[in-house]
Design a protein around this ligand. Structure first.
Ligand SMILES: [Zn+2]
Length: 296
């Protein structure tokens, strides 16, 4: 099934959970770019995707969140940009085996646009466009611009990836106080999302579902595209070595899934710290609340 039909069906679409923290559990050193594992550890990346497909995810996001030139350059791997992004789509496609849709994850550039930062709009647009072209050459089903915090950057990204001709979804990250770190409100974000033509829009990462639900409820009160929620598994706790751990167990995490649906979400999944068990529990909680699910 394709994304437009899935959204039209009125059924809940379950998306996958974390990739980065799952790869860390498989030995990815903290600080190493997870995207490099598309080339060096493809079996580990495929195994994480497969576990989400088995858990009932309808959407599988590629391991390409940091696949833009600016991120790869820092790791001295910019010359492998096309290979890293294309391989990611192939690995996800392979793991999905027609049972789930492949969605290309594209994250923000990690630096503010001018005049607040050093990146010009032209450079940012070129980076997003370059990554989208590399991804789309491997025929994914959709693009997801995720974890954005600046509406101006999201606007540049949306315009840059539109040329790929695929459905584009987006989500932004809000703090526990309900705004992005640049001060955008859920209402302003959702209204902009409507203008930008996203097929779905919502909130991901950040803090746990207990905070993201309030963001979604605020978005639901506006003129908005179909909503999506992919929260982290709770508020991260910082360890003594600086790493973040997420401790919300699958059952507590999944208690929010029916609430997201009731607030109007069409797509529900997880972000950092969530695991295939969290996604399986999300399906169970939605089934128990008698919400119709897209078949997995
Ligand atoms: Zn996250």
């Amino acid at each position: 099934m394709k994304l437009f039909d899935a959204l039209q069906s009125g059924r809940v679409i379950v998306s996958d959970g974390a990739m980065g923290t799952m790869l860390q559990m498989r030995g990815l050193p903290v600080g190493e770019l997870p995207e490099l594992w598309n080339l060096t550890h493809p079996d580990d990346v495929r195994a994480v995707h497969s576990a989400y497909v088995e858990a009932g995810a309808n959407l599988i996001c590629t391991n390409t969140f940091g696949g833009a030139r600016i991120h790869l350059q820092r790791a001295g791997q910019a010359d492998r940009l096309v290979e890293i992004n294309q391989r990611a789509v192939e690995i996800a496609r392979d793991a999905c085996a027609e049972r789930a849709m492949v969605v290309c994850s594209i994250g923000p550039l990690g630096e503010m646009l001018e005049p607040y930062g050093d990146i010009s709009e032209e450079d940012a647009a070129a980076q997003f466009s370059e990554q989208a072209q590399a991804l789309c050459a491997a025929s994914p089903d959709a693009i997801l611009l995720e974890t954005f915090y600046d509406i101006a950057e999201l606007r540049v990204a949306a315009t840059a990836v539109a040329g790929a001709g695929l459905p584009v979804m987006a989500s932004m990250t809000f703090t526990q106080h309900g705004r992005t770190i640049t001060g955008a409100t859920p209402q302003a974000a959702a209204e902009t999302a409507g203008e930008l033509g996203f097929v779905a829009f919502g909130a991901n990462c950040g803090t746990g579902p207990e905070h993201v639900i309030r963001v979604i409820e605020a978005m639901a009160a506006t003129d908005h595209p179909p909503l999506l929620a992919q929260p982290n598994a709770g508020l991260p706790q910082t360890q003594s070595d600086g790493t973040l751990v997420y401790t919300q167990n699958p059952q507590v995490f999944a208690e929010y899934a029916p609430k997201f649906r009731e607030a109007g979400c069409a797509i529900i999944g997880g972000c950092c710290g969530s695991t295939p068990d969290h996604i399986r529990s999300v399906r169970t909680a939605l089934e128990q609340a008698a919400h119709p699910l897209l078949q997995a």
